[in-house]
Design a binder for this molecule. Structure first.
Ligand SMILES: [Zn+2]
Ligand SMILES: [Zn+2]
Length: 636
C-alpha cells in the first residue's frame, strides 16, 4: 500500500498508509488523542473521523477543546433529538435541524404542537439513545437512491430537499433506525453526546415562508460536558431574570405602545426619574470638564442635511416633515446645530478648544425586526458632544475624553474594552491629517495603560475612531462610548479659525459620546444591577411604611421632612399587614424601607431596613438624610 504525507498543525509531517481514516491518524499520534477526537479538519474543511485520507493533505484533529467542536456536538444532538421524536411520534415528519449560535433546533411537521411534557419525554429518550452508544454512519447515495430511501419512509420534506439540491450524490447519516439527509460532519457515536437540554417550542414556517405549512420547532442546546451546560443554563436563567423589558414592566419604569409607534419609549414616573438622575449627573460631569451645554432644534431644513451629506448617505434612516412647502429633516444626529453655533462668531485660536455638549434627542428609522426593548429604539437621547479644536490640540482632547470614560465607568462598576479603527481604503482628508488624528487616538489609548485592539482599515471614510464596549455583570459586551475624528464636516461647513500667525485654518471636529444613548444605557444598567439600583440611582430611595393608622400623622411629617431635604421618598400608609407592605417595597427594589411604629413615633426616629432585610439602628430623620446624602455623593 502506498503511503501519504500528512501535515499537522504543529508543522510536523506524518507518513501513513493511503486509505487510513482520520481516526487512524489520531490513533497513530497517541491513544489520548484518539480518545478525545470527535472530528477532523481536512485541508481546512470539517469532516468525519471516518473520512479516508487518500492524498497528501493538511489535517487537524478536532477534539472537544477545539473551537469547532460545539457545532459538531450540537448538530449531532439535533439528529439525536429527531431520532427520539420519530420513535415517540412516528407520525412526525422531519424537515431540517441545524446547529445555531447557542445550541440547535429541529423543525417537525406535526398536527399538534409539542407540550412541555413532550419535551421531557423526548429528552429522556435522547438520554437512552445516547447511552445505547449507536454508531453514527455516513453513506453516500445517488440522488435517486436517496429519494427512494426517504419516500419509502414517508419523509416528503427530505425528498423535496434532495430534488432541490439537484446533485448527483448526497450524503446520509444513520444511527439505529434513524437516517437523515445531511452534509455532516457528526460525532462517531451517540454516546459522545454527553450534555444536552431541550429548551423551548416554537412555530416556524417551512423554509421561513408564511405561505407554507407551519412546523413545530424544538430548540435545545448541547455542550462538551455537563459543567459547561450547567454554566450556560445558569447564565440563561440569569439573563431572563435580569431582562430589562420584564423588569421595566415590573418596576413600572417604561412601556412601548403600538398606538404610539414601535421603538418609541414612554417613560413612566420612576423611569423618567431614573433618566433625570442620569441626565443631571451628565450635566454636572460635563460642566466639571470644561464643556458648554448647548441645545439645537429638533427639525432642521432639508438643505442643511444636503450640505452635511446626511441627505445623500443617511436619508433612508431619517424622518422628514413638510410645512409651508419647506421640507425639514428630524435630526438623526446633533452635529449640525453645533457647527452653526461655531460659525456664529469669527473664531480665534485663543477660543479653542470649544466643547459643545447636548443631551440630544434624535430619531433614526431602524427596521422593525431589529428593535429590542430599550437596547434598540427609534427615538433616543445621546450624551453627545462635539469638540472643535486646532489639530495640535487633538492629542490632549482625546486623552481628556478617555479619562472621562474611565471615571464614569468606574462609578457604574463597568470594565470595558477599547478598539481603534484606522483609515479605510476609501477616505477623504489628506495623509497628514489622518496621521495626526490616528496618532492622537493611539497615543491616548497607550496613555490609559489598558489593553486595546486595532481594526486596521475599519474607520469611517471621514476619520479614525475609538469604540468602547463595556462588560456587564453577565460578561456581555455593550457598545457605549465612541470617539470619532472628523475632517469632512468642518470642510463642508467651511469652519475656520484665525491661527496665531493670522492665517485662517480649519479646526478638527471630534464627535463623542460617553454613555451613548441614555435609553440603551438604562437598559444595560437595569440588567447589570438586576433592577437593584444603587441608592444614588434609585428612583425611589426610601419607602415609609406605617404599622397602623395611628402612625400616619407622624409618618406624614417625616415624609415631608425627607422630601424637603431632597430624598426621593414615598409612603405606604395603606391599612395592610406590615409584612405585606414590606414585601411589596422589596419587590419594587426600593433600597430602604422606613418602618414607623410606636417605638419610632415615641422617640421621633425612623428604623431603616435595607431591601435585603438588614436593619440599621433607629435614627432621627435628619440623620437618615445625612446618610443618604453621603452615600449619594459617593455614587453608592
Ligand atoms: Zn444533519
Ligand atoms: Zn456628531
Amino acid at each position: 500500500m502506498s503511503s501519504i504525507s500528512i501535515a499537522l498543525p504543529d508543522g510536523s509531517k506524518r507518513e501513513i498508509a493511503s486509505g487510513s481514516t482520520i481516526a487512524d491518524l489520531a490513533a497513530s499520534i497517541g491513544a489520548g488523542l484518539a480518545k478525545a477526537a470527535i472530528a477532523g479538519k481536512l485541508d481546512g474543511e470539517l469532516v468525519d473521523l471516518s473520512t479516508e485520507l487518500k492524498d497528501d493533505a493538511r489535517v487537524e484533529i478536532i477534539t472537544e477543546k477545539s473551537p469547532e467542536a460545539l457545532t459538531v456536538i450540537r448538530h449531532s444532538a439535533a439528529h439525536l433529538m429527531a431520532q427520539a421524536v420519530k420513535e415517540l411520534f412516528p407520525q412526525a415528519k422531519v424537515t431540517i435541524g441545524p446547529a445555531i449560535e447557542n445550541g440547535f433546533y429541529y423543525d417537525f411537521d406535526m398536527d399538534a404542537p409539542f407540550t412541555p411534557e413532550d419535551l421531557e419525554r423526548i429528552e429522556a429518550r435522547m438520554a437512552e439513545l445516547a447511552a445505547a452508544n449507536q454508531k453514527i454512519e455516513r453513506r453516500v447515495l445517488s440522488s435517486s437512491e436517496a429519494v427512494s430511501l426517504f419516500s419509502g419512509m414517508g419523509e416528503n420534506y427530505k425528498v423535496e430537499l434532495i430534488n432541490d439540491l439537484a446533485a448527483e450524490t448526497v450524503s446520509v447519516y444513520s444511527q439505529g433506525d434513524f437516517a437523515d439527509l445531511c452534509r455532516g460532519p457528526h460525532l462517531p457515536s451517540t454516546s459522545r453526546i454527553k450534555a444536552f437540554k431541550l429548551l423551548s417550542i416554537a412555530g416556524a414556517y417551512w423554509r421561513g415562508d408564511e405561505k407554507n405549512r407551519m412546523l413545530q420547532r424544538i430548540y435545545g442546546t448541547a455542550f462538551a460536558d455537563k459543567k459547561e451546560l450547567e454554566a450556560y443554563l445558569h447564565r440563561l436563567e440569569e439573563s431572563k431574570r435580569r431582562d430589562h423589558r420584564r423588569l421595566g414592566r415590573e418596576l413600572d419604569l417604561f412601556s412601548f405602545s403600538d398606538e404610539v409607534g414601535a421603538g418609541l419609549v414612554i417613560w413612566h414616573p420612576k423611569g423618567a426619574m431614573l433618566r433625570t438622575i442620569l441626565e443631571d449627573f451628565e450635566r454636572r460631569e460635563h460642566l466639571k470638564r470644561g464643556y458648554d451645554i448647548v441645545l439645537g432644534p429638533q427639525i432642521l431644513k432639508k438643505e442643511l442635511w444636503q450640505r452635511s451629506g446626511h441627505y445623500e448617505n443617511y436619508r433612508e434612516n431619517m424622518y422628514f416633515t413638510e410645512v409651508d412647502e419647506q421640507s425639514y429633516g428630524i435630526k438623526p444626529m446633533n452635529c449640525l446645530a453645533h457647527m452653526m453655533i461655531y460659525k456664529s462668531h469669527l473664531r480665534s485660536y485663543r477660543d479653542l478648544p470649544l466643547r459643545y455638549f447636548e443631551l440630544g434627542t434624535v430619531h433614526r428609522h431602524e427596521r422593525a425586526g431589529v428593535l429590542h426593548g430599550l437596547l434598540r429604539v427609534r427615538g433616543f437621547t445621546q450624551d453627545d458632544a462635539h469638540i472643535l479644536c486646532a489639530p495640535e490640540q487633538l492629542d490632549g482632547e482625546i486623552k481628556g475624553v478617555l479619562k472621562f470614560v474611565s471615571d464614569v465607568m468606574a462609578i457604574f462598576g463597568f470594565e470595558y474594552e477599547m478598539e481603534l479603527s484606522t483609515r479605510p481604503e476609501k477616505s477623504i482628508g489628506d495623509d497628514a491629517a489622518w496621521e495626526l488624528a490616528t496618532e492622537a487616538l493611539l497615543s491616548a489609548l497607550k496613555d490609559t495603560g489598558r489593553p486595546y485592539e486595532i481594526n486596521e482599515g475599519d474607520g469611517a471614510f471621514y476619520g479614525p475612531k475609538i469604540d468602547i464596549k463595556l462588560k456587564d455583570a453577565l460578561d456581555r459586551r455593550w457598545q457605549c462610548a465612541t470617539i470619532q475624528c472628523d475632517f469632512t464636516l468642518p470642510e463642508r461647513f467651511d469652519l475656520q479659525y484665525v491661527a496665531a500667525d493670522g492665517e485662517k485654518k480649519r479646526p478638527v471636529m471630534v464627535h463623542r459620546v460617553v454613555l451613548g444613548a441614555i435609553e440603551r444605557f438604562i437598559g444595560v444598567l437595569i440588567e447589570h444591577y438586576a433592577g437593584n439600583f444603587p441608592l444614588w440611582l434609585s428612583p425611589v430611595q426610601a419607602m415609609l411604611v406605617t404599622v397602623t393608622d395611628n402612625h400616619i400623622p407622624y409618618a406624614q411629617g417625616v415624609l415631608e421632612q425627607l422630601r424637603e431635604a431632597g430624598i426621593r421618598v414615598q409612603g405606604d400608609f395603606r391599612n395592610e399587614k406590615l409584612s405585606f407592605k414590606i414585601r411589596e417595597a422589596q419587590l419594587q427594589k426600593v433600597p430602604y424601607m422606613l418602618v414607623i411604629g410606636d417605638k419610632e413615633m415615641e422617640s421621633a426616629t425612623v428604623t431603616p431596613r435595607f431591601r435585603d432585610g438588614k436593619n440599621l439602628a433607629a435614627m432621627k430623620p435628619e440623620d437618615f438624610v445625612a446618610f443618604v446624602v453621603e452615600e449619594t455623593k459617593n455614587f453608592r
